[in-house]
Design a binder for this molecule. Structure first.
Ligand code: 3PG
Length: 326
């Protein structure tokens, strides 16, 4: 059921200088209630208004809800040129989370809208899920047969950002040998944290039985995880994707499943060809029906409150620290 509620601020003794802004939470996949309560406190505490659009099923509902919003907090919700066009009073969109591939940045820039994310705020939640999925796959999806342990296995972290670092930290706790590839992170920074840096993606996939993906979906990375790369993985290969489905070449995924009976794939969000994968490779494939990585009350609170605070600061002082569009 869709809910659309406006909370009037209880604290509107603002100076005449600062305008009361309308902040809309637009989340198809809602935050935990405790996070919404916290966001309301931050927004209303600064004298602004909060509106809530959750579980909407049609774009039309989003277009209507944004009409008078000055700020929007979203998750994986799509903010495209149509939404920006409908949001005539919009000044800022904050993606409560890491990846902002769901926002048309050029269109936002053109509309004079500042786009931000909240880097790191949900990283631990995603990392915990990645490790949980590894255990699940290594224990044969809890089907009662004898599986394998993570202790002593080589794990490759593909992109050493906030989530990658948390995966590395937890994997070390499991006693795994942790490797990482990230063209933008100096080798010394990884070594300092007990991680073995490698120079290329090829080297990472050749070395590690388990690879955990943490690359964003960009023009360069889309479809980049292909047959050639995956076929380099050692026997008993497991690919864990808590990043984006778009980074996988889905035809090649089918090819590797067919060519390598030892290959397993677990993903936090279903690939487009999920049904076919389920039918053909049920014993070696699992995907969450809805993205679950950041779906914890802690991550909702961290990312939601950070988003609210960034909006309040933006309106109060013009702070654009986490801006991601030019
Ligand atoms: C992110 O980019 O922060 C994660 O993919 C979480 O996305 P979600 O907020 O839609 O769960």
């Amino acid at each position: 059921m869709v809910s659309f509620i406006v909370f009037k601020s209880t604290n509107q003794q603002k100076s005449n200088k600062q305008k009361i802004m309308k902040v809309l939470i637009a989340t198809d996949k809602p935050f935990a209630k405790v996070a919404v309560d916290g966001i309301r406190k931050v927004v209303e505490g600064a004298g602004h208004e909060l509106a809530l659009l959750e579980k909407y099923t049609e774009k039309k509902q989003l277009l209507e809800a944004v009409a008078d919003a000055n700020a929007i907090i979203i998750r994986s919700d799509i903010i495209d040129a149509d939404v920006l066009e409908a949001a005539k009073a919009l000044k800022i969109v904050v993606r409560a989370g890491a990846g902002y591939d769901n926002v048309e940045l050029d269109a936002a820039t053109k509309a004079g809208v500042c786009v931000m994310n909240t880097p790191g705020q949900n990283a631990n939640a995603v990392a915990e899920l990645a490790l949980g999925m590894m255990v699940y796959a290594f224990r044969n999806f809890y089907n009662g047969t004898s599986g394998a342990e993570l202790l002593g296995k080589k794990i490759g972290i593909h992109a050493y950002g906030n989530v990658g670092r948390n995966v590395a930290r937890i994997a070390k706790g499991f006693g795994m040998e942790v490797y990482a590839f990230d063209a933008f992170v100096p080798a010394e920074a990884m070594q300092k944290e007990g991680i073995i840096p490698v120079n290329t993606a090829d080297e990472l996939y050749t070395t590690c039985q388990i690879v955990s993906l943490h690359i964003p979906a960009t023009a360069e990375t889309k479809n980049s995880i292909n047959f050639n790369l995956l076929n380099k993985m050692p026997k008993g290969a497991l690919l864990v994707n808590t990043a984006r489905k778009e980074v996988i070449n889905e035809d090649d995924l089918v090819k590797i499943f067919e060519a390598r009976p030892d290959f397993k794939y677990v993903s936090d969000v279903e690939p487009s060809n999920s049904l076919a994968l389920k039918e053909k490779f049920a014993e070696r494939y699992f995907a969450t029906p809805k993205k679950m990585g950041a779906q914890t009350s802690e991550a909702n609170i961290n990312a939601g409150l950070a988003a609210a605070q960034q909006i309040v600061d933006f309106f109060a002082t013009g702070n654009e620290k986490f801006r991601v569009n030019k």
